[in-house]
Design a protein around this ligand. Structure first.
Ligand code: NOJ
Length: 565
């Protein structure tokens, strides 16, 4: 029987034709990608050396998490100089070489902009501390007198995302307590005051600095938080953002303030001066989706990370519902929908989907004392979820290592943990180190080829699980049925069949409580999230998430297939 299509909400008005509408963007977390100088920490030269592998994988763009000067209290999201490369990662010349190599390979480079806060080591914050309350230097940040007797209490009740109060009290040179400053994240990450035009000027300078060096765009960190509500009122809701809850930004005085959107319109104008191809991507973790879509309204950003999609469980009903909501919300403002399953802040999807039911709270991490994942089930479901995602029209974000099916390190020793969340919550939340472990490149050799450069092999900044040798890229490159081979093949088919620019139509016959199927042009994408195998419909097999099943006409539990319809 021919499938009875149910049209999904129309992505009418999607900015078609622009490369970003269907792009596959690969996130590199520089600390953990590839270490060429052998100090145990990834570096820009290591990224340049391996860019060919990413071109071969078939991605369109690479997003680099921060590599700027930083004391590294939050993995580089604490920037002390926005226009310098941290010596840990190399030099500006190394960056230029990276861009040059990317250009040769036709890969675009997107860098991370961190405008909500800087490092407390930044010269502007050091100046603010040195100057008196009420001075122009202090007005670059959010300093306030405390409440209560002697100003001993924080100015309001806001909490840091990483745990504890969002305010830290200063002391003058003699040690006498002074004003408090706001930090939505760690106390070493003071928030800028975006009510001050000089802050705007500073970031416009930074945008131009990197655009002049040839970058193709920016991923904007906490793009929903720069502007705070006047008067910084107390707020009764949870102000920290475990991403499984979404950042509950509906009414929060630190999220989603209207003046934000003027900033992004202005930045979009600056990008346009460098040509129509430059893009902005929002990390705007607000819900629901139609509120998030304001960040990609005409004249603002090109992409917003789809956190509701990332937070969806491995469930046919949940996936269908979040895809519908995404296409409707982003389509309504003429934007492309993005899709994402993993990043450097969440438990990798190969581990999330290794648990039945809700799984671990994202951002909290998993430790040796927790229930351990069913690794094999997680890998299979991860491949199925990825193949489902890559079949969707729109833009997709991949996180380094997911093409290898890497899980989180779920037994990291506490002594290795570096995420500030761990200390700030007094170990209640383990933090995000488990998803940031250095990549395995080669089965043989120290650190699985991550850190085997000149002059010596280094000790990786986080230990790798022993089992990662068999997941190394060289092992998978030699295996036509590997996770890596599946990604490579799927990305090729996605490009050849125009899936990124296609249109989704649900196929009722294949949509149930446990299965979900849609047509994207002449490709049928079918996921079996249920407990039992199902019979495949007719059609030539283009790709399956368990390639070892070869020509089987059964779709296993936890498997996705692409068929020629
Ligand atoms: C979001 C980044 O993805 C995360 O890693 C960082 O800790 C916070 N923003 C603060 O910059």
């Amino acid at each position: 029987m021919a499938p009875a299509p149910t049209p999904a909400p129309s992505p009418a008005g999607t900015r078609s034709g622009h490369w970003s509408t269907s792009a596959v963007v690969y996130q590199v977390y520089p600390r953990s990608f590839r270490d060429l100088d052998g100090d145990g920490m990834g570096d820009l030269a290591g990224i340049t050396a391996e860019l060919g592998q990413l071109a071969e994988l078939g991605v369109d763009a690479v997003w680099l998490s921060p590599f700027y000067s930083s004391p590294q209290r939050d993995g580089g999201y604490d920037v002390s100089d926005y226009c310098q490369v941290d010596p840990l990662f190399g030099t500006l010349d190394d960056f230029d070489q990276l861009v040059g190599r990317a250009t040769q390979l036709k890969l675009r480079i997107i860098i991370d902009l961190v405008p909500n806060h800087c490092s407390s080591d930044h010269s502007l914050f050091q100046l603010a501390l040195a100057e008196a309350p009420g001075s122009p230097a202090r007005d670059m940040f959010i300093f306030r007198d405390g409440r209560g007797e002697g100003g001993a209490l924080p100015p309001n009740n806001w909490q840091s995302h990483f745990g504890g109060p969002a305010w830290t009290r200063t002391a003058d040179a003699s040690g006498a307590p002074g004003q408090w400053y706001l930090h939505l994240f760690d106390s070493t990450q003071p928030d800028f005051n975006w009510d001050n035009p000089l802050v705007h000027q500073e970031f416009e300078r930074i945008l131009r600095f990197w655009l002049d060096r040839g970058v193709d765009g920016f991923r904007v960190d906490v793009a929903h938080a720069l502007v705070k509500a006047p008067g910084l009122p107390d707020w009764g809701g949870t102000a920290w953002g475990g991403s499984i809850d979404g950042f509950p930004g509906h009414e929060a005085p630190m999220f989603g303030q209207p003046a934000l959107h003027d900033i992004y319109r202005r930045w979009r104008g600056i990008l346009a001066e460098y040509g129509p191809e430059k893009i902005l991507c929002a990390e705007a973790n607000v819900d629901p989706l139609d509120r998030m879509a304001r960040w990609v309204a005409p004249g603002q950003m090109h992409h917003a990370f789809n956190f509701p999609y990332l937070n969806a469980p491995f469930s046919a009903l949940a996936l269908r519902s979040v895809v519908d909501a995404s296409l409707a919300a982003f389509g309504a403002v003429g934007a492309t929908s993005t899709w994402v399953l993993s990043n450097h802040d969440v438990v990798r999807h190969a581990t999330r989907f290794a648990y039945e039911g809700a799984g671990p709270r994202q951002g909290d991490g998993i430790g040796a004392g927790d229930e351990q994942p069913n690794v094999e089930a997680g890998r299979q479901r991860a491949a199925a979820a990825s193949l489902f995602m890559l079949g969707l029209p729109g833009a997709a974000y991949l996180y380094q290592g997911e093409e290898l099916g890497l899980p989180d390190h779920t037994t990291l020793p506490d002594a290795s943990r570096q995420d500030p969340t761990f200390a700030r919550t007094e170990r209640a939340r383990l933090g995000r180190d488990g998803c940031r472990v250095p990549l395995p490149w080669r089965e043989a050799g120290a650190s699985f080829g991550f850190s085997d450069g000149v002059p010596a092999a280094g000790v990786p900044w986080l230990p790798q699980p022993e089992a990662w040798g068999r997941l190394a890229r060289d092992v998978q490159s030699a295996d036509p049925d590997s996770h890596l081979a599946t990604y490579r093949s799927a990305l090729g088919i996605r490009r050849d069949r125009g899936l990124g620019t296609g249109t989704l139509t649900w196929v009722d016959e294949h949509c149930s409580d446990t299965t979900v199927g849609f047509l994207n042009g002449s490709t049928l994408v079918l996921l079996n999230a249920g407990p039992s195998p199902i019979e495949l419909p007719t059609g030539a097999i283009l790709q399956r998430s368990r390639p070892r099943q070869a020509a089987s006409r059964q779709l296993e539990s936890g498997e996705t297939i692409w068929l020629a319809a």
